[in-house]
Design a binder for this molecule. Structure first.
Ligand SMILES: Nc1ncnc2c1ncn2[C@@H]1O[C@H](COP(=O)(O)OP(=O)(O)OP(=O)(O)O)[C@@H](O)[C@H]1O
Length: 363
């Protein structure tokens, strides 16, 4: 990883201390994940300069924004940061166009990185330009808020639970736009979320915060698969797999996905809208993975992968165990009953078959 965002922050409050040393990639999406009160928003506010930590060093892709040891503190309005909050705080008296122009006009023409047309196209809001914020749905307003943040040509985008105020249908509507930002823009994004599924879908890098400390920081696929972290215990625990779509069976509406590693295993997934040759990221929930001693073709389960056990640990539920597996270079997690683990004799190094129902795969 080219460590391009550095944030060393020490911030003491009455009953809370933030003490982190974050090294984040200078591109892509880094997620700050953790329980309520773990310090996620405090980190973002420090990055934006909205909060001044007693001891801080912040460097973003070669530019030092804060260095308390040398008395350097770039004021918030001078930091090239786009900040998106839970609720889009649009100016109610201005149209969508007026809101977008607000940030854009404040940037010198030679420093503008994105045009209004590009931002509208990226967020799918071209048809809303003459509307007033009060007439927008929550998802539309949030897309306008993101476009407005982009039009200030930031060198760092900060998003604080941008989907938290939306219902699940609006979340599903907006997630593809966030994925497009990830694919098409070259602006690093630090994204705060409570939702493991959201983080699994969007982030490249994951920081787990607990009580003001970063207890883990690393690539998303490795970090989600760690059994020593609280992430593995949650209801939504699971891993991220990335593969290339190599085939389509239109009769059954199934796509074939090849996991990394050349001749690596295939997954079959029912998906409404994929293209052969495209890359797909999948969240595989630990509770949707079962284990078997042999490849059992006499079942409805389409996906059977040869795996090797890395580690097995007790789960929060005493009747369950968590098993971390290696599937041709990709990490998988399985949550199974302690009874089944004993029946199979699950132990590190053991070769097993992991079974994943196609309908359980979330793309
Ligand atoms: N302005 C403030 N003054 C005093 N304490 C604060 C202030 N803002 C936050 N805190 C406290 O600092 C701690 C971290 O808060 P922070 O908002 O960073 O957590 P968070 O992980 O973002 O939580 P959430 O997911 O609920 O938004 C909490 O204990 C909170 O009560």
């Amino acid at each position: 990883m080219s460590a391009s965002i550095q944030a060393r922050l020490k911030l003491a409050r009455d009953d809370f201390t933030l003490d982190v040393d974050l090294q984040l990639p200078g591109r892509g999406i880094s997620a700050l994940f953790g329980h309520s009160g773990s310090g996620k928003t405090s980190c973002l506010r420090c990055l934006a300069g909205l909060e001044r930590a007693a001891s801080a060093y912040i460097e973003v892709n070669g530019e030092v924004w804060e260095d308390s040891a040398n008395g350097l503190f770039i004021a918030p309005h001078k930091r090239p940061v786009g900040y998106v909050f839970q609720e889009a705080s649009l100016f109610p008296h201005l149209s969508v166009r007026g809101n977008l122009e607000f940030g854009w006009r404040r940037i010198a023409p030679n420093e503008r990185k994105i045009s209004q047309d590009q931002a509208c196209q990226l967020l799918g809001i071209g048809h809303l330009l003459e509307r007033k914020p009060a007439t927008l749905s929550g998802g539309e307003a949030q897309r306008v808020g993101i476009a407005r943040a982009l039009l200030s040509s930031p060198r760092l985008l900060l998003m604080d639970e941008p989907l938290a105020a939306l219902d699940s249908a609006r979340k599903r509507e907006i997630l593809p736009y966030l994925e497009r930002l990830h694919d098409e823009l070259d602006i690093p994004l630090v994204y705060v979320s409570h939702s493991q599924d959201e983080v699994a879908r969007l982030a490249d890098h994951l920081v787990l915060l607990e009580h003001g400390k970063a207890v883990a920081s690393g690539p998303i696929s490795q970090t989600l698969a760690r059994l020593d972290l609280s992430l593995a215990q949650g209801e939504d625990a699971g891993v991220v797999l990335e593969g290339v779509v190599i085939g389509h069976d239109p009769h059954y509406g199934l796509f074939e996905l090849r996991l990394p590693g050349g001749e690596g295993p295939l997954l079959r997934i029912a998906h409404p809208d994929l293209h052969v040759g495209s890359t797909l990221r999948l969240k595989v929930q630990a509770r949707d993975v079962s284990l078997a001693l042999a490849a059992d073709s006499a079942s409805s389960i389409l996906n059977r992968l040869p795996v090797r056990v890395r580690e097995c640990r007790a789960a929060d539920n005493p009747a369950h165990v968590l098993v971390s597996l290696e599937a041709s270079g990709s990490a998988l997690l399985a949550r199974i009953t302690r009874y089944s683990a004993e029946q199979l004799g699950v132990r590190p190094g053991q070769a097993l078959w992991a079974q994943i129902k196609s309908v359980a795969l979330l793309g």
